[in-house]
Design a protein around this ligand. Structure first.
Ligand code: FES
Ligand SMILES: [Fe+2]
Length: 321
């Protein structure tokens, strides 16, 4: 197991609940480990994707007789992970240690969250998503050939908007970022009062000076809300597939624009994130440097500085240098 107790003992979004309707069992990868997700009668399981007999991927198997069946020699694993039937020796009770390595899962916000450890805290709450006066729009997953902390830091960075998202999230003739504060609290990073002009802040085509509040709830789960005027919020859950590959879901929640088709708002987000991907993938070093002597930092990078400091305090090593 990798040496990152903080991320091992954390919840990570690994798939959408609906993905299992398309493929069951479903292979996914988390923190460099192959997992299999499978569903039986509405119950979802997450296991190491490995048969203890000869190391075959259980995700290549099938679900039958209330069991996940290994594709190689047909061992039957019940929902607890115990092997209950070995076809070559039907009379023999499988040994107790013929058992899959099982992980905890939770479903939240349409996503399947898995942990390989024992998290001391729950999946973060997305307040707007739980508010019935808001409209919820999931988007993603967005695939990055990049380290997850680089992907989160890009989400926290407003100074890139006029250049990477010209005409939508930013205007190159108005690139200034007024000063703001970023703090590290027990619950993560908070940056408030980040004000600047956006030509089309949320895909509805109406320009405005917006005020962002950013929060980083967990090392790989971040959030922002635009706090003045109509409210647009987003939570970003980034799955660390392995050190240099990530996938993120942007969950959007807004209390206006109810007549705008969902596909338009989601395709706006697809375009915005599509603009980020090549920039983030180009960053070197690939692992996010936590030593603040590395790279250059400005006042407008306060959120990123706080994020790097917080990761360093927590001792996050995966995807960092
Ligand atoms: S490798 Fe799975 S049953 Fe043999
Ligand atoms: Fe961006």
């Amino acid at each position: 197991m990798l040496n990152d107790p903080v991320l091992v003992n954390d919840w990570h979004a690994v798939a959408e609940v609906d993905d299992l309707k398309k493929k069951n069992p479903l292979p996914v990868r988390l923190l460099g480990e192959d997992l299999v997700l499978w569903e039986l009668n509405g119950r979802i399981h997450a296991w190491q994707d490995l048969c203890v007999h000869r190391g075959t991927k259980l995700s290549m198997g099938k679900i039958q007789s209330d069991c996940l069946i290994c594709p190689y020699h047909g061992w039957h694993y019940d929902e607890s992970g115990q092997c209950v039937h070995i076809p070559a020796h039907p009379e023999q009770k499988p040994p107790a240690k013929a058992k899959a390595n099982t992980y905890k899962i939770q479903i939240k916000y349409g996503l399947i969250w898995v942990t390989q450890g024992n998290p001391p805290h729950d999946i973060p709450t997305f307040p707007e998503w739980e508010d019935e006066s808001y409209r919820n729009l999931p988007s993603g997953p967005y695939h990055f050939n990049a380290a997850a902390p680089r992907v989160i830091e890009n989400f926290l960075d407003v100074a890139h908007f006029p250049f990477v998202h010209e005409g939508s999230l930013g205007d190159p003739s108005r690139p200034e970022i007024a000063d703001y504060e970023a703090e590290i609290l027990d619950a993560g990073v908070v940056s408030e009062g980040i004000e600047f002009f956006q030509p089309n802040p949320d895909g509805t085509g109406v320009g405005a000076v917006v005020t962002y509040t950013y929060r980083v709830f967990r090392p790989l789960v971040a959030y922002f809300v635009k706090t003045k005027g109509p409210s647009f919020a987003a939570m970003y859950a980034v799955c660390p597939i392995d050190e240099l590959h990530s996938k993120g879901w942007v969950l959007m929640s807004m209390n206006y624009g109810f007549d705008q088709p969902a596909e338009e708002i989601i395709s706006f987000q697809d375009r915005v994130t599509g603009e980020d991907i090549p920039v983030v993938e180009s960053q070197r070093p690939e692992l996010l440097p936590l030593d603040l002597q590395e790279e250059l930092h400005l006042k407008s990078d306060r959120t990123a500085i706080a994020y790097r400091k917080w990761l360093n305090q927590l001792g996050v090593t995966f995807g960092t240098a």
